[in-house]
Ligand binder design. Structure first.
Ligand code: SF4
Length: 366
């Protein structure tokens, strides 16, 4: 179903681009906006209307989510990966990286360190390597996480229904899986080899996870992969809208990570600037007022601070993109460069200074 929707929406997008109209003021006054209106906001580069969009985005964020930002921490437990994604530091194309996988005892130590920093939501990550990080290994990590965290999400390779079901039985509550780009041809060019090359197996993963009992899904596209990045933003939002309409008891959220330099990765040709990025966040908030929007430490501190209140509902803090690194220090290469290296306490202080409540526990979900 989502396969057909994506195909049709690409046609719609291309058609809209050749007939676009820009009555932006009328759109901002509407209670609910259509996908036409969403595109109108996404494509409006008039800096004067940014303030109007910001006001609307803030109003919707506060009324649907309250003045609250949920904090979470990513924990990489393995960086083994057999895929050849040309934009990623963990790709098997990267021969310089030290490959590492944590033992269960080490994982527990890292989790205790995160718990001591206050976290109650954890995102467990691995590369795509079923031999080094089999589903049973991820299950064991979830089992340990259950002792310390209320919310346990994974960002691993796309799984089958049975595998998701097994992980749900271990305590899994949510799945993060980014399509990276919804442009199938480009996807093929960026994923040279490995299981991730299967575009549709990945596209259908969120629904397999939901069918298996997962209660939270986070999807996204990697901004900068596609020259036509607004197409990816549009299709990510359409995908989230589809999931939200069809699975009303599941919490749906979106991330728009901007690509960062990574060791052995391609030179990034398309930079999404701060102005465009801010507009993308706010436009998505206005189009999908009930969808969560996540922001990672890929973003620079000034961007993270300024986006509080304009749509963001969840932020990572004090993150490491190396395997481990919370309980011990490491010099290893991370999956991508972190731009906001501030400590958790500093993030808490900033959120509070903006009039928002930093929260570690997702009480709505619990
Ligand atoms: S993006 Fe994921 S699957 Fe691709 S190389 Fe990096 S870790 Fe592996």
């Amino acid at each position: 179903m989502i396969k057909e929707i994506i195909k049709n929406e690409i046609k719609f997008f291309n058609n809209w681009q050749s007939n676009k109209k820009n009555d932006i003021y009328g759109i901002i006054e509407k209670e609910e906006i259509s996908k036409y209106d969403f595109l109108n906001i996404l494509f409006n580069s008039d800096k004067n209307i940014l303030e109007l969009i910001a006001k609307k985005a803030k109003l919707l964020t506060d009324s649907y989510f309250g003045k609250m930002i949920l904090l979470y921490a990513p924990l990489y437990i393995s960086n083994f990966c057999i895929n050849k994604c040309v934009y990623c530091g963990f790709s098997s194309l990267n021969k310089n990286i030290v490959r590492k996988k944590m033992e269960i005892k080490e994982i527990e130590k890292e989790m205790i360190a995160l718990k001591q920093s206050g976290f109650d939501t954890i995102l467990i990550l691995t590369g795509d390597d079923r031999k080094n990080s089999p589903v049973e290994y991820i299950g064991e990590a979830i089992n340990i996480a259950k002792k310390y965290f209320s919310e346990i999400l994974i960002e691993v390779y796309a799984l089958t229904y049975d595998e998701y079901k097994y992980l749900v039985s271990k305590g899994l509550t949510g799945v993060t899986i980014y399509q990276e780009t919804y442009d199938e041809k480009l996807y093929n060019r960026l994923h040279l080899a490995g299981p991730k090359k299967d575009f549709y197996f990945r596209l259908h993963a969120p629904e397999r996870a939901i069918a298996a009992g997962v209660k939270e899904i986070n999807i996204g596209c990697l901004l900068g992969l596609n020259k036509n990045f607004l197409l990816d933003v549009f299709l990510t939002a359409i995908h989230a809208d589809y999931l939200q309409r069809n699975y009303t008891d599941v919490e749906i959220s979106i991330s728009y990570p901007r690509i960062q330099p990574a060791e052995s990765a391609i030179k990034i040709k398309t930079q999404v600037n701060d102005f465009d990025f801010t507009r993308i966040i706010m436009a998505t908030r206005i189009f999908l007022p009930r969808v969560g929007l996540n922001l990672s430490t890929r973003e620079k501190s000034y961007m993270r601070d300024n986006l509080i209140g304009l749509g963001i509902t969840k932020m990572s803090a004090g993150s490491k993109t190396t395997v481990g690194g919370y309980a011990s220090t490491t010099e290893d290469t991370g999956q991508f460069e972190i731009n906001d290296r501030r400590k958790v306490e500093e993030i808490i202080r900033i959120i509070a200074s903006r009039g928002y409540r930093p929260e570690f526990t997702n009480w709505v979900r619990i």
